[in-house]
Design a protein around this ligand. Structure first.
Ligand code: DHB
Length: 389
């Protein structure tokens, strides 16, 4: 009797399960995208959101039987706001992952939160090496500044520069860029005469540029976060540095695709190193650029847009690999060692460091069809961040 009623209960339960099964397969998996959409770094958020949305538009929103929903938050470029959004996305929205992070301090601000919650956090922009060491739940699809700075140090040394000055924004990625540049340039026999740093907020570059000019180096190495590049390069041009006998170089942040046409023809010929150019010659990139422009009239994708695209790709592939299981540790494990073709070229998530391994291109600003582009002419294949132990 008891047995029978247990059996009846079990059958009833099974029937009930069968009945609710379609609802389970319609389950939504949420991803929180924390972007900087207002303030001086707003160009960063605009690109990131456009790249992530385009990935979903072209690849659908069903993954491993689950419906993917993107929740977009604006952190205004303020670390406390980034952290609050991360907490709310985790606790209230029950997201399976968070992504975004335009500036290094914004990524660092969520490290304790994601570690405690075992929440995957996909870095789509921020480039200071140490970030991925601050939590085992960070996975980076963007770049690191040392990864980009070493190849340009080698290139400029090989092309005859004996002395250099660097000028960077005074925070994590700038310090990383400056130190990596100096290390490799001096290994190659060059000498860095001075390492100049300008404040990140409301920078006035002129006195630093004048100092650099007075030092008469063979090369001037520059880094600022991409949305600040227009302001920096205007002052570089106004100070006559592109006409002085100084080779102006930098990471691709200073000639990024979003700002480049606005900077103008004075930077024709300027050489930088970076992992992405909208002019990258591949079938996938041509399609990416065309679709991006179609979906975002008046915009051209830059490296931040491609970071948004690849961040979504990393998440989609991880969720496929776990068969829809959203356990944070399993998702991060699934991203380790992942390798795929991005519009930038081939990329891999280093299984040890969770940081990106990718080609770094040497490019020169040229005019194509009436617009300025970074045209790739040399490449260092599959570069790992040189700072991680
Ligand atoms: C960072 C931000 C940028 O916009 C950029 O171009 C490079 C680095 C950062 O804060 O890490």
């Amino acid at each position: 009797m008891i047995f029978k009623s247990i059996l009846a209960g079990a059958v009833g339960l099974a029937a009930g399960l069968q009945f609710t099964a379609p609802a389970i397969s319609q389950e939504t998996v949420k991803v929180g995208l924390i972007a900087t959409l207002t303030g001086p770094q707003a160009a960063s958020g605009r690109q990131k959101v456009a790249g992530a949305r385009l990935y979903m538009q072209l690849n659908g929103n069903m993954v491993a039987g689950k419906k993917i929903e993107l929740i977009i938050k604006d952190d205004t470029g303020v670390a406390d706001v980034t952290r609050r959004h991360a907490q709310e996305l985790i606790v209230n929205d029950k997201v399976a992952a968070i992504a975004g992070f335009s500036l290094t301090p914004l990524a660092l601000a969520v490290a304790p939160v994601i570690t405690q919650a075992k929440m995957p956090a996909i870095i789509m922009t921020a480039g200071t090496s140490v970030i991925t060491e601050r939590s085992p739940f960070f996975v980076r699809v963007s770049f690191t500044l040392p990864q980009q700075s070493v190849p340009i140090a080698e290139w400029v040394a090989k092309n005859g520069a004996k002395t250099a000055v660097s000028l960077v924004s005074d925070y994590g990625p700038g310090i990383d860029a400056q130190n990596a540049f100096k290390m490799r340039f001096e290994e190659k026999g060059g000498k860095v005469l001075e390492q100049l740093k300008a404040p990140l907020a409301n920078p006035e570059f002129s006195p630093f540029l004048q100092r650099a000019k007075d030092l008469k180096p063979d090369a001037l190495f520059l880094f600022v976060p991409a949305p600040t590049a227009g302001a920096l390069m205007k002052q570089v041009i106004d100070r006559g540095l592109t006409e002085a006998n100084i080779k102006v170089i930098g990471t691709g942040d200073i000639t990024d695709d979003d700002q480049l046409n606005g900077i103008g023809d004075s930077v024709l010929g300027l050489v930088t190193s970076h992992f992405y150019s909208a002019a990258h010659d591949s079938a996938l990139n041509k399609k990416f650029v065309a679709e991006f422009k179609k979906a975002n009239p008046g915009m051209r994708p830059n490296f931040i847009g491609v970071g948004g695209w690849d961040g979504m790709h990393a998440f989609y592939e991880a969720l496929k690999k776990t068969n829809g299981d959203t356990d944070g540790t399993k998702l991060v494990d699934a991203m380790k060692g992942a390798t795929w073709e991005s519009p930038r070229g081939m990329m891999t998530i280093d299984p040890q460091t969770r940081d990106v391994i990718q080609d770094v291109y040497i490019r020169k600003v040229e005019k194509r069809d009436g617009e300025l582009y970074n045209i790739e002419f040399d490449v260092v294949k599959q570069v790992k961040d040189p700072m991680h132990k």
